[in-house]
Design a binder for this molecule. Structure first.
Ligand code: ADP
Ligand code: MG
Length: 641
């Protein structure tokens, strides 16, 4: 970056990046009702700019103005609204990239969501309502303005630039006259459109600031008309530094909303101060609903790390990834300020803070689970799948996480069961905790694999989340009882008596003679060939004719499918087809086994196998449809016409 002359070309209008153009089109033709967000976004940028300069000034104190302030100025004659800060400012290059492209992951996610076909219908309106949740940043200015002028001077530079656009596809950047630009920082001037003149009323501005921006860490002033004295409308003190007793729930909620794009209310607010070996303050929130980036593959934590009120980074890894849904601020008094962001996060002090904060958060979650079951149920519903990642990523905290974990089970499909409750309900002599992995709860609850367990009153954990396949293989057990998949290996449940009330459904019915069954199984094996490892009688079925299980040696079938899908497993192992010998269909087949209708038997055997596969959420064989149609035709009989 050098002299002004280098930028002569830039005075030509430049096209916005394609994504920006698309976003701007949405803004300008917005049917989105909550236009107030523009002010929230611009004030948040202004406060960010001040925080950044506060950080840079650590190295070069001469850079920092005294004090930091954001000023909103109303000019009724010019029909304009200006938002000015004395923060870091933008160079020519900064203006070009930051206000010409989209870097925000939230905005990208928003554009992905609305897809290409954001028309004008009700659906488009609904999608646009999402804008608020993703945060559209600077470009939201075009919801209320026909033209936006940005005057900016990068801290430490003499040069100032003027960015300008009507939001219709192009922008221009020209050098700004010295008296046009702020001495330090950025002034955003909005030339309000016809529908947005209400933002020229001071009362309106004050209300929006109070609602959306009162928790920013920089004070905000209002100039009601040119020449007026600025009036402070928001004090800009860091909330977490105030005594707890002086902070209202509303203060906390407002702060939570400014902290990373949350627009609901927190499910849990934690605010504590530690003195002793380390001194620091933490303000943490468990969100009331899942943030849009919860499943972001980078799974990064989003803690704001301050050192003596100076923002060091807003993406510090204070909490482990399985607590990434928690929004928090940590303000340390002891971390070194004069070293890089990276080095700060590698210091032993930071490591100690991390550990203590994680323990405390976990402890508070356990407390919530004990004291407010309903509230905790919501937290678990939203974040349980993330918390369970800790079961295999953080063995040290596994026991605490097992205390938190809530499960749907075969006897409580509505969920909310703890492992302690499960253990309390063990059948006499039951030595394992049984579980069933699957894709969704409804399908799991209806799985034939559960029949024999249910008949014996044995509870089975229903595990529908992706992470379940992993922690169940690494966790040794709970309370001395190992975890055991009901779909893996032979069951050992024959020794448990069938409950009386279920006796009718279960093995009470006669089994066919052993010899016929043996011949039937042999035929099945021959027909299915390489598709199965074995065919055998099952203990676990009572009302279904057949099911698939993994062989003793292989992994659970769900885990295997997941590994195969991610290419981490070569060929999948073959399943065992288990047969319910008391089922009417099996008994009928066994009774005809001495003189079987070869073709019909073959179709039926394959269909049995396919039925079992479908119940597992797998695909049936290619010939499935043809076979099914043949068998149906046989069942319906010859046509009477
Ligand atoms: P975000 O704030 O999430 O990064 P925005 O669209 O709000 O996204 O802003 C884009 C970028 O423009 C910011 O990251 C920042 O680099 C720059 N920017 C915007 N407003 C200002 C400002 N008042 N001072 C300095 N830089 C700014
Ligand atoms: Mg922003």
């Amino acid at each position: 970056m050098s002299g002004v002359g280098d930028h002569s070309q830039a005075s030509q209008p430049q096209a916005f990046q394609a994504d920006v153009a698309k976003l701007l089109h949405l803004m300008v033709h917005s049917v989105y009702s909550d236009r107030d967000v523009f002010l929230r976004e611009l004030l948040s940028n202004a406060a960010d700019a001040c925080e950044k300069l506060r950080y840079e000034a650590l190295k070069d104190p001469a850079l920092a103005p005294d004090p930091f302030v954001i000023r909103i100025s109303i000019d009724k004659d010019a029909q304009s609204l200006a938002i000015e800060d004395n923060g870091i400012g933008m160079s020519h290059d900064d203006l070009n990239t930051h206000l010409g492209t989209i870097a925000r992951s939230g905005t990208k996610a928003f554009l992905d969501q609305i897809g290409s076909g954001a028309g004008n219908g009700a659906e488009a309106r609904e999608k646009l309502d999402l804008i608020g949740q993703f945060g559209i940043g600077f470009y939201s200015a075009f919801m209320v303005a026909d033209r936006v002028d940005v005057f900016s001077r990068r801290a430490g530079s003499d040069e100032a630039f003027h960015w300008s656009s009507d939001g219709k596809g192009t922008f221009s950047i020209v050098p700004a006259a010295q008296d046009e630009a702020p001495v330090r920082g950025t002034r955003v001037v909005l030339h309000l459109n016809e529908a947005s003149k209400d933002y020229l009323e001071a009362g309106r501005i004050e209300r929006v600031v109070r609602e959306h921006s009162s928790a920013l860490t920089v004070p905000i002033e209002l100039v009601e008309k040119p020449g007026d004295e600025p009036r402070r409308i928001s004090e800009g003190a860091a909330l977490w530094t105030k005594p707890k007793a002086s902070i209202s729930e509303q203060d906390y909620n407002e702060f939570y909303q400014t902290l990373g794009m949350m627009f609901d209310e927190p499910a849990l607010t934690l605010h504590w101060h530690v003195e002793g070996r380390q001194e620091y303050t933490v303000l943490a929130f468990v969100p009331g609903s899942p943030p849009f980036d919860l499943s972001d593959p980078s799974r990064a934590g989003r803690a704001k790390l301050y050192v003596r009120h100076v923002l060091i980074t807003d993406s510090a890894e204070v909490l482990p990834r399985w607590l990434r849904f928690i929004r928090l601020v940590v303000d340390s008094a002891d971390l070194p300020l004069n070293v890089s962001r990276e080095m700060i996060q590698e210091s032993p002090v930071f490591a100690a803070i991390k550990k203590a904060v994680t323990n405390r958060v976990l402890q508070e979650l356990v407390k919530l689970s004990e004291n407010d079951k309903e509230k905790f149920a919501k937290v678990w519903e939203h974040f349980g799948a993330v918390l369970k990642e800790g079961l295999y990523e953080d063995p040290e905290r596994r026991d605490a996480l097992f205390d938190l974990a809530r499960f749907a089970t075969s006897t409580s499909p509505e969920g909310g069961r703890t492992l302690k409750e499960y253990i309390a309900g063990l059948q006499p002599n039951q030595t394992a905790i049984y579980y069933l992995l699957g894709e969704d709860l409804a399908r799991l609850a209806a799985s034939p694999q559960l029949e024999g367990f249910s008949a014996r009153g044995i509870e089975v954990l229903l595990l529908p989340d992706h992470v379940d396949a992993f922690w169940t293989t690494t966790a040794v057990g709970f309370d001395g009882k190992p975890f055991k998949s009901v779909t893996q290996g032979a069951t050992d449940i024959k020794s448990f008596p069938v409950k009386e009330e279920n006796a009718g459904e279960e093995a009470g019915a006669d089994e066919p003679p052993a010899a016929s069954l043996a011949t039937l199984y042999a035929l099945m094996k021959q027909v299915l060939g390489e598709s199965v490892e074995d065919v055998r009688a099952s203990d676990r079925l009572s009302s279904s004719p057949a099911c698939l299980v993994a062989s003793e040696r292989g992994p659970d079938r769900r885990l295997e499918r997941m590994l195969a899908a991610s290419g981490r497993l070569g060929a999948a192992t073959k399943p065992v087809l288990e047969i319910n010998p008391t089922h009417p269909l099996i008994r009928a087949l066994a009774s005809q086994i001495d003189a079987p209708d070869k073709e019909k038997f073959e179709d039926i055997i394959w269909l049995l196998f396919d039925e079992a596969r479908v119940m597992e959420g797998e695909r049936p064989a290619e010939a499935f449809a043809a076979r099914l149609t043949r068998v149906l035709l046989g069942a319906v009989g010859p046509t009477a016409l």
